[in-house]
Design a protein around this ligand. Structure first.
Ligand code: ADP
Length: 467
């Protein structure tokens, strides 16, 4: 990636530098060519004017006219007759007088055209121009001028070498900058990649340390917060698996111990055998309760919800109360309830049953014999409120925030003795939250605990139809 970034920077800058080194030079060259052509043409036209009075060109009359025009700035001036024979040549050594000078420009001029050309080569501008000399519209000869200029050429080559130097400096600066920038960029991406790989391999505590505020740093921060959540979930999952296996191991160990005792004790009396087998039965029941609760929680975790229907909570409450009154009687706990009308929520009957059952079961379980449990169903601010209050042991304040966690129990031995799995409140909390409700636990000032569940009430319009 660094290579590709670097290469693209370099390609762009090479393009810019090529343009910088060609366009201004070509433009200046063209400017010089044009100004040279104009100067040559005007110089030649002055000479043509001087020759225009002659009806015929001879060496003598041309020489006398040209003697006056001698101070022209050109390097060489030649005048030919109508056949291209040189009559005058400003060059003294190697004079072409008497020879035919059939240069391209002279030929053009003898055909009646103004001709000019300019080249830049070997550090000099070479300009050539020729025009016809006319007498009564007859071409009687041509004037040819040549200029060899190194002064402007030196200026142009100065400009060229300055541009080259400047390009060199720009090229080096851009190269260094592009290297630094692309390295910084790829370094950040490298850090992010390393972090992703580490986390993928299970190192959930690894974080991407990317400084700055650019997009890559933001991706790094997002990745870190994602990893935070992953770490929390992973920790919870591990704790859950270890708690669950521990919970399952305990009754299994008891079953094994009891069955071993029956098998290994010689002449065991039928009464003891019956007692041990009944203990085995109780432990097996506990195992099935735990697995049932675990299955229920797994279903809640999977997020697949049974379709909610309109549920009137009152009949469900009455059904649970009928069921629990026997348990309460057995424990000599006074179970009473009060209910308001029109407590309709969107959920399933099973869910409502589960919530009321778990809370009432706990309230009776953690009440001493002779205690009382009050269940009430009411409407408050478009919410259906279920409250289960007892006069039992209550919950230590420090444990209150944690009692909805899976397998969390204030008093393990007491919970086990009462047949608890430590999952009842988690199921209540997850079930209620999934339907947009809340659940909270508190201690009553007069002693005992109170659990309050709130579901959004399903409102009916005046016509009695569902909203
Ligand atoms: P368990 O199966 O142990 O009852 P729960 O999830 O239902 O598990 O409850 C978690 C813990 O919260 C219990 O072990 C108990 O310590 C405490 N708890 C729940 N309900 C009550 C209550 N009504 N009074 C006192 N403590 C309670």
């Amino acid at each position: 990636m660094q290579f590709r970034f670097g290469l693209s920077y370099i390609l762009v800058i090479v393009g810019v530098l090529l343009l910088l080194n060609t366009y201004p030079l070509l433009a200046s060259e063209d400017l010089v060519f044009r100004s040279k052509t104009a100067t040559m043409q005007s110089g030649i036209s002055v000479m043509i004017n001087s020759l225009s009075g002659l009806d015929r060109l001879t060496e003598e009359n041309v020489a006398s006219v040209m003697a006056i025009a001698q101070d022209t700035p050109f390097s060489r001036i030649m005048v030919t007759d109508g056949t291209g024979l040189v009559l005058f040549d400003s060059r003294e050594t190697g004079s072409a007088v008497g020879d035919y000078a059939l240069f391209a420009e002279i030929v053009q001029a003898l055909l009646g055209f103004d001709a000019s050309s300019c080249t830049y080569q070997g550090g000099a501008f070479r300009s050539r121009a020729a025009s016809p000399v006319l007498y009564q519209n007859q071409i009687i000869g041509a004037v040819y001028a040549y200029e060899y200029d190194t002064e402007q050429a030196a200026l142009l080559s100065d400009l060229q070498s300055n541009l080259l130097r400047l390009s060199g400096v720009i090229g080096v600066v851009v190269l260094v900058l592009s290297l630094i920038l692309s390295k910084a960029l790829t370094q950040k991406i490298g850090l992010l990649l390393t972090a992703i790989r580490e986390v993928r391999e299970g190192a959930y505590s690894h974080r991407a340390e990317i400084r700055g505020r650019d997009e890559i740093a933001q991706i790094g921060q997002e990745f870190n917060s994602l990893t935070d959540r992953l770490q929390t979930t992973e920790t919870a999952r591990r704790r859950f698996v270890s708690d669950a296996s521990h919970e399952l191991k305990t009754p299994l160990a008891a079953i094994r111990l009891l069955s071993d005792s029956i098998l290994q004790t010689e002449n065991i009396d039928p009464e003891t055998t019956r007692e041990f087998v009944s203990d085995i039965g109780r432990e097996a029941e506990r195992l099935s309760r735990i697995t049932e609760d675990l299955l229920r929680l797994t279903r809640l975790d999977s997020g697949i919800l049974e379709a909610a229907t309109e549920v009137d909570v009152l009949p469900v409450l009455e059904q649970v109360m009928r069921m629990m009154s026997l348990v309460a009687q057995e424990k000599e706990v006074d179970l009473t309830y009060s209910a308001a009308e029109d407590c309709t929520v969107m959920a399933t009957k099973d869910e409502i049953h589960q919530v009321i059952y778990n809370l009432t079961d706990n309230a009776i379980k953690y009440s001493a014999s002779g205690g009382a449990v009050q269940v009430s169903l009411s409407l408050e601010d478009k919410q259906v409120v279920l409250s289960v209050a007892d006069h039992g042991v209550g919950i230590p304040e420090a444990d209150l925030p944690r009692i909805f966690e899976r397998f969390y129990r204030v008093d393990k031995a007491r919970s086990r003795a009462a047949g608890g799995t430590g999952l009842g409140l988690s199921i209540v909390s997850d079930t209620v939250k999934r339907r947009g409700g809340t659940v909270e636990a508190a201690n009553r000032p007069e002693g005992g605990a109170v659990f309050t569940v709130r579901w959004p009430q399903l409102l009916h319009p005046e016509g009695g139809e569902m909203v």
